[in-house]
Design a binder for this molecule. Structure first.
Ligand SMILES: Nc1ncnc2c1ncn2[C@@H]1O[C@H](COP(=O)(O)OP(=O)(O)OP(=O)(O)O)[C@@H](O)[C@H]1O
Ligand SMILES: [Mg+2]
Length: 392
């Protein structure tokens, strides 16, 4: 599985309709400093030249001052929306006109910004969201129903090397094969990044790139970022070892996943170890599986992770334990381990070093008949609610 296509030109073309040169200059300057998405601003001073420019096409977003010399108030917005119903409009208003701004949003503007309260980061983010929202609305209209949002499940290692990536990869494969729906496996392990290796997925594009180009994130762009295969999950790679700065950038990464929820019914995350990125993702998950082995030190770590998650308001009922690398004759049973950490044990996976070695040497994941796969298949059915359906 390889993705190596070149992405489209990522600059967002903004038409700024604004009569005050000072405000126009400010918007320009702020957008030129935007990190990530590149904005190219074309400025006109009144509605009519704006409409003429729109007629020539190739505009991605309109930033509209509601009081320009040739049009005052919502009339400008209506004219623009009629001329270009598919282009998102963000309205610029003065402090005194917030009622008008709210009315503008009711009339189809994606958002509004108050002059004098602008800051570079917020401006760029507002424009990016406006584009995302417009696309989501267009898609909902095209399919006749609001997009159903996908569910995300996470795998988090109690300690390095317990097998979190191995479990997440095999689980996502089982989930795909048993639900027969689209599954996204995303590598969010900032220190490791080995999911791509196990899934044989290579690409020059990564999660970090998607996070930088939020405004460009549509289905077309997405298909170039992600690595797809016929019978396995789509794989979203991360930059691995070099991505430590992403810890500080988790908001944008969350935005990427909010977007992916409209494309995939299932999102599986390899979260690696507990760090600030993992913490920021946890509250958006429907299930979080803590992967551990039957070692006292590892179970001790599980307890620490559970209490840290409780501190940030995590829901205990979403937490489950997966015991991995279980020896044939363990000193304590997996159930005893679950009691020690006060978590339900949702899967007990056997030690299978030689099978893994053999499978990886052939460039494959474990065979579907292995106990490891079977256990994860059962878990996938439980997560997807297929068990209940079968027993009916
Ligand atoms: N059930 C198992 N039996 C035997 N070996 C296993 C099992 N699960 C994983 N391993 C092996 O343990 C090693 C670590 O696995 P993996 O990379 O999945 O762990 P991880 O917790 O994601 O590690 P990291 O902290 O490096 O991200 C690998 O060599 C893997 O093949
Ligand atoms: Mg890993």
């Amino acid at each position: 599985m390889t993705s190596g296509t070149h992405l489209p030109d990522a600059a967002v073309r903004v038409l700024l309709i604004e009569d005050n040169p000072g405000d126009a200059g400010l918007v320009r300057a702020m957008l030129s400093e935007s990190q990530g998405t590149e904005f190219r601003v074309e400025w006109v001073e009144a509605l009519l030249p704006g409409m003429i420019r729109l007629g020539r096409g190739e505009i991605d977003l309109i930033l509209l001052d509601l009081s320009v010399p040739d049009s005052q108030g919502l009339g400008s917005l209506t004219a623009i929306r009629n001329a270009a119903p598919n282009i998102p409009v963000v309205v610029l208003t003065g402090l005194a006109d917030q009622d008008v701004a709210h009315e503008a949003v009711r009339c189809g503007a994606q958002d509004y910004l108050v002059k004098g309260e602008l800051s570079g980061g917020a401006l760029a983010r507002t424009l990016s969201y406006a584009m995302l929202r417009q696309r989501n609305q267009a898609r909902a209209l095209a399919t006749g129903s609001p997009a159903e949002l996908g569910r995300a499940v996470g795998f988090l290692g109690a300690r390095g090397g317990v097998g979190t990536t191995t479990v997440a990869c095999h689980f996502s494969l089982e989930l795909k094969q048993r639900t027969l729906s689209r599954v996204l496996l995303s590598d969010l392990d900032v220190a490791g990044g080995s999911a791509g290796f196990l899934m044989r997925a290579t690409s020059e594009h990564t999660l970090q790139e998607a996070a930088k180009n939020l405004a460009r994130l549509d289905e077309n762009y997405w298909n170039k970022i992600v690595v797809s295969s016929a019978d396995g999950p789509d794989v979203l790679l991360s930059r691995g070892f070099f991505a430590v700065e992403e810890l500080a950038n988790s908001e944008r990464i969350r935005d990427v996943f909010d977007f992916t929820r409209s494309l995939y019914p299932w999102i599986v995350m390899d979260l690696g170890r507990l760090n600030s990125l993992a913490i920021s993702m946890v509250l958006g998950l429907s299930d979080l599986f803590l992967v551990a082995t039957l070692e006292v030190a590892v179970l001790f770590e599980v307890r620490r992770v559970v209490s840290r998650l409780a501190d940030i308001g995590g829901n205990r009922s979403q937490l489950h334990l997966i015991v991995n690398q279980t020896p044939k004759h363990p000193e304590i049973s997996p159930m005893e381990a679950g009691k020690m950490v006060n978590l339900p044990v949702d899967a007990v996976l056997p030690e299978c070093r030689s099978e893994l070695w053999e499978a990886y040497s052939d460039g494959k994941l474990l065979n579907a008949k292995t106990e490891f796969r079977r256990q994860l298949g059962r878990l996938a059915e439980k997560v997807a609610g297929l068990e209940a359906k079968k027993s009916k």
